[in-house]
Structure formats: structure tokens, C-alpha cells
Write a protein that binds this ligand. Structure first.
Ligand SMILES: C[S@@+](CC[C@H](N)C(=O)[O-])C[C@H]1O[C@@H](n2cnc3c(N)ncnc32)[C@H](O)[C@@H]1O
Length: 231
């Protein structure tokens, strides 16, 4: 039915992934996953543990498709320094760190001690864990304490702060770097915003659209991923 590494080889992950965020029909998401490089066993295990410990919140995992896309970007731009805003259990951090060279550095930050405990435990077991440093504390404080340049910055934390994170990211990013912002379609709620987080995403998207300093694209992968680079 499918080539090479078919989805039948890893049905458990795909059943779990069905509960994650996607804007496309489940069957299309499953097909795309079945034809994308599979996760290494440690990340498969992390997905299981995250679902066990966090239940519905596990939907926050960026997942195989988005994680692999970030890896591709990092590898093809030969990035050395990456910043992530919002670690959760460290899924995307591990994916991105794997694409960095041995002397590469990934800084990630979060405020949730329960998620940080899981992330740290898995970073210790990762062959790329030495490249990762996890800062515990509010993201804006972490960002303000950092010096440029970063090759790629992945923004994936509280939506109400996205504009502030974006402005700090523009300060920190290399002129040739990329800023990737997650959840910019917010399960489609951008079309009919009701809650504060809906309005925050709408305001963010409008803010970036009007920004003359950059060019950007909104990808309809997963929950919407925006890529931004300086002109
Ligand atoms: C969507 S999850 C991150 C998922 C992760 N990037 C991944 O791909 O697996 C968002 C995370 O942002 C964290 N967060 C929320 N507000 C924050 C803040 N002010 N500073 C740092 N982290 C924050 C949450 O605790 C949560 O773990």
C-alpha cells in the first residue's frame, strides 16, 4: 500500500498522533506521516510518556511532520545556534538538536516544572543532549539575557506574548536566519476569534503582515507554522 517504511510499522504512534493538532483530514495527516522519515525510538518513547503524563495537553507536541521540517531547515541552512521558546517535554528541542553539528547549541526555555523534569530526563538519554541547554523561567527574561546571533528561532509558547517574542527574536536572529512561529492558524479559530488567545494570534498575524522589515509565509502544516526572514 505504501512505499518502504509504511505506516503499518508504527501504528501506535499514529493512533496517538491523531489526537494532536492538525488542520487537514486525519487520513491525509496519517499518509503524510507514513511517508516521512520515522522518529527515532527515544522520541517515540517521549511521545508515549508525554501522553501518559499530560493527557490532552500532549497535543502541544509539535510532532513528527513539523519536527522533521524544522530539522530540514536547520540542516540545509547549516545552522549552528538555535533558540526555542517553549520546551514542553523537549520533543522539538531534540529534533532540532539532532540536525545541529557537534559544536552546535540549542537553547530552550519553559516555566512548567513538570514538563521540564520530563524534558531533562530525556535530554540526558539523547545522543544530542550535550548540545541542549534548558533555561527554567519566563521566556521573555531568557530572551533578554541572550546575545545574538541565532540561525533559527522557534517560537512556541504562550500566544499572548507572541509579538514580544517576535520583536526579541528579530533582535537575536542573524540577517540570514529564520524565525519559525507555531500555531498561527490556531485550529482555524483565527477566522472567528472569541477568546483572548484567539485574538492574540490574530493580532500577531496582522502585526507581522504589516511589518516592512521582513518577508513571511504561513504554512498550513499542523496548526499553522509561519516562517519569517529579514528582507
Ligand atoms: C506548545 S508547548 C511547546 C511544545 C514544544 N515546542 C514541542 O514542540 O514539543 C508550549 C510550552 O510553552 C510553555 N510556556 C508558556 N508560557 C511560557 C512563558 N512565559 N515562558 C516560557 N515558557 C512558557 C508551556 O509551559 C509549554 O510547555
Amino acid at each position: 500500500m505504501s512505499r518502504g517504511r509504511g505506516r503499518d510499522q508504527r501504528p501506535a504512534t499514529q493512533e496517538r498522533e491523531q489526537r494532536l493538532l492538525t488542520l487537514v483530514p486525519d487520513r491525509i495527516e496519517r499518509y503524510a506521516m507514513a511517508h516521512t522519515t520515522p522518529l527515532p525510538p527515544l522520541l517515540e518513547e517521549l511521545v508515549v510518556v508525554t501522553h501518559e503524563r499530560f493527557g490532552r495537553q500532549a497535543r502541544m507536541l509539535s510532532g513528527q511532520l513539523e519536527g522533521t521540517l524544522l530539522q530540514m531547515l536547520i540542516a540545509s541552512m547549516q545552522a549552528r545556534r538555535v533558540l526555542e521558546i517553549g520546551t514542553f517535554t523537549g520533543f522539538a528541542a531534540q529534533m532540532m538538536a539532532a540536525a545541529l553539528p557537534d559544536n552546535g547549541e540549542l537553547i530552550t526555555c519553559d516555566i512548567d516544572p513538570k514538563a521540564i523534569e520530563v524534558a531533562r530526563r530525556f535530554f540526558e538519554r539523547s545522543p544530542h543532549g550535550d548540545k541542549i541547554s534548558l533555561h527554567e523561567g519566563p521566556a521573555l527574561e531568557t530572551m533578554r539575557s541572550l546575545e545574538p546571533p541565532f540561525d533559527l528561532i522557534f517560537i512556541d509558547a504562550d500566544k499572548e506574548s507572541y509579538i514580544a517574542y517576535y520583536e526579541e527574536a528579530l533582535r537575536l536572529i542573524l540577517p540570514t536566519g529564520l524565525i519559525a512561529i507555531d500555531n498561527v492558524l490556531w485550529s482555524g479559530r483565527v477566522l472567528d476569534p472569541k477568546e483572548e488567545s484567539d485574538r492574540a494570534i490574530v493580532a500577531f498575524n496582522e502585526y507581522v503582515s504589516r511589518d516592512q522589515r521582513i518577508t513571511n509565509v504561513v504554512l498550513t502544516i499542523r496548526d499553522g507554522l509561519m516562517l519569517v526572514r529579514r528582507k
